[in-house]
Design a protein. Sequence first.
Length: 320
Amino acid sequence: MENFEDIFSYWRHSSYSLGWDCPFVLPPWLKVWWTIFGSVSEIYLCAVRRAQDVIGIAPLQLQRHSASFIGSVDVCDYQDFIVAPGKADEFFSALLDDLKHKGITRLDLKPLRPESLVLTGLTAVAKDKGCDVSCHPLDVSLELDLPATWDEYLLMLKAKQRHEVRRKLRRLQEAGNIGYRVVEDVHDVRAEIETFFELFKSSREEKEIFMTDEMASFFRSMAETLAAEKMVKLYFLDVNEKPAASVICFDYNSRAYLYNNGFDVNFSTLSVGLLCKVFSIKDSIQNGKQKYDFLKGAETYKYRLGGQEVPLYACKIQLR
């Protein structure tokens, strides 16, 4: 069994050809989540090896006879195993054997993208071993293929939405002194996350309820930890030098991920919440990102800003 230091070393060393495909499977994310929320479960960090090579990692938590990903659906938009290319069958066969040996009788895995290794690899291996496999739709995520320029992006939108974005931008500029800040240095993120909390809790009552002391501790630690890895950006839209809206995005490989957002309701007539997201899309285009991932949830604004649906699934496997 591995520990987080081992998993960090596999992630940092290029000699391991493992597929770290999204922020929610990365060691910094997993460690922060486990530190804040993992007290009720038993950790299971299993690496499968062939000779000296690590061919796959299972970041799981165990509760009685059940195993699930390290994480939770309220803060993790989709997850998966970390496996070297071409090694999925071998990895999953060894993993299922070890879990069964440890007395695990059920895997409850979610949320999953269609191309996840769970759906494209694990389910077939499990069926070959006589396991009962059940997968069903859970939610949707939305994402956007980014063009090379901002003007091209505007042309990608439907005519009505393109007109609305331009109209809202003009009205915002007429409201006074408008500023847009990108905060990514770890020290600045540590300071500005408190402003993000204020805007987050201001925007909707359910967000204020969601942001408990424990959840705020997770957000602080997550933002600071990922900022240290140069993987997080806090965007702020200021109106007359007062923070009006904020977006927190992950910056990983060729994608920008819209993780969460908030705004001051006193500026709601200026559509600051939407426009702060628009500016983050523009920044992602200018920085050469290929995709903008709106992440889980079918909120209307995601469609209006060009997002296309990606189905998310849940998978249960009964071991035999």
